[in-house]
Design a protein around this ligand. Structure first.
Ligand SMILES: Nc1ncnc2c1ncn2[C@@H]1O[C@H](COP(=O)(O)OP(=O)(O)OP(=O)(O)O)[C@@H](O)[C@H]1O
Ligand SMILES: [Mg+2]
Length: 384
């Protein structure tokens, strides 16, 4: 099987999903794939196509979110010469190109309302008109749509037509986020290691058991795509050397720091959380550096434990808040206790930053690399 059509994963959730995907592949039923960003929606869509009777015809991916609303309609349905300024030639749309194959409509939740009406008709009859033409065209394209949005909310807020939504989700396939896939994380990591060892001609010395633990515990808000990018940069930048938790965390911090600099007004709660965690990881590193420095200066017993809780050796890099927010329950008591001290560090840092900026929330949030909204939430949560 070609790489892009293989679904790597042995977790129960994925095994069941593959089974279901193979069942629907045999039919022409419309499929809606739901999953977080980078969780493999396109990979799953290609898998369905590759296992269908349409496998030798085209798979046409369309990112509805990336095409400006005014252009999407002509991209999907095509246009006639002179239909609008700039339409110097008539052009086939994606639906025509996908005739007898599969059209994959990614980020379907972003489709503008006018296009939704036309699209509903295509799903029901296979018929449409090119922009600027009255001639009806027929396309036998199998439709697979995908979204990382909460479509129920989009429907409730009247941003997405209810009739279209129910028509689309004849079959709904839910892709689990990577953090819920257990040892698939390591299986995927191993595959990416092979891929990038080969691509960059590097021999990788491996992960330490603690670093492996960190991989398993990290929440992967960017899912498989994030894991893949991380493995590539680890191999290349560390030149294949043995990866300890310190090295791994340094890379996670750097990636997240970069992300937090990118202004994204639509930044989701989860990304915000990631920024907080990266700050916690960063704090933890700094604590450990301060401890080393003090140990060096005061050659007797280290004085740091008086100032800060002992976190560097045992505390896992993610807070209880993280666990709570991703709904994981049943942590053993000892883990909970150890995690607690990270909240303390976070509280202390926020309090200190607020002090340093004389209570100015905007400056404090900026200095901490979090949004003001998050800062307000934290202030409330910690009773600062
Ligand atoms: N099961 C898998 N095995 C191997 N690689 C995978 C798997 N699923 C996804 N990937 C890889 O992860 C990356 C993201 O996958 P994909 O583009 O399918 O995600 P997506 O859910 O469509 O993301 P987005 O929401 O951003 O569109 C790609 O590089 C893809 O090759
Ligand atoms: Mg995609």
């Amino acid at each position: 099987m070609k790489r892009e059509t293989a679904i790597i994963g042995e977790s129960l959730l994925i095994a069941q999903l593959k089974q279901l995907a193979l069942q629907v592949a045999e039919t022409d039923i419309t499929v809606l794939i739901i999953g977080e960003t980078g969780s493999g929606k396109e990979v799953l869509a290609r898998f369905i196509h590759a296992n269908s009777l349409r496998a030798d015809k085209s798979f046409v991916p369309v990112n509805c979110g990336a095409i400006p609303a005014g252009i999407l309609e002509s991209e999907l349905f095509g246009h006639e010469k002179g239909a609008f300024t700039g339409a110097v030639q008539s052009r086939k749309g994606y639906f025509e190109s996908a005739d007898r194959g599969t059209i994959f409509l990614d980020e379907i939740g972003e489709m503008p309302p006018e296009t939704q009406v036309k699209f509903l008709r295509v799903i029901e009859t296979g018929e449409f008109q090119r922009v600027g033409s009255s001639e009806t065209i027929y396309s036998d394209a199998r439709i697979i749509a995908a979204t990382n949005k909460n479509m129920y909310q989009a429907v409730a807020e009247k941003n997405f037509r209810e009739d279209l939504f129910y028509r689309l989700r004849s079959v709904e396939l839910q892709l689990p986020p990577l953090r819920e896939r257990g040892r698939d994380i390591l299986l995927l990591a191993e595959n990416f290691v092979h891929e990038f060892e080969h691509k960059h001609k590097i021999i990788f010395e491996g992960f330490s058991p603690d670093a492996t633990e960190t991989l398993m515990r990290y929440p992967w808000p960017g899912n498989i795509r994030e894991l893949r990018h991380l493995i590539e940069s680890l191999l290349v930048l560390e030149k294949g050397r043995y990866i300890t938790p310190e090295i791994l965390e340094k890379h996670l911090v750097q990636r997240n720091r970069y992300k937090s600099l990118v202004h994204d007004p639509a930044r989701s709660e989860k990304n915000e959380l990631q920024v907080i965690y990266s700050n916690v990881i960063q704090l933890r590193q700094e604590v450990s550096e301060i401890r080393q420095l003090l140990q060096h200066l005061v050659q007797t017993r280290p004085v740091v434990p008086l100032l800060l809780p002992d976190t560097s050796a045992t505390v896992p890099p993610f807070t209880t808040a993280l666990r709570r927010s991703f709904g994981e329950n049943g942590n053993p008591a000892s883990t909970k206790e150890r995690l607690h001290s990270l909240d303390e560090i976070e509280k202390k840092s926020i309090a200190e930053a607020l002090d340093a900026y004389h209570g100015n929330k905007r400056k404090t949030a900026l200095a901490l690399g979090i949004t003001e909204r998050t800062l307000y939430r934290k202030i409330k949560a910690y009773g600062l």
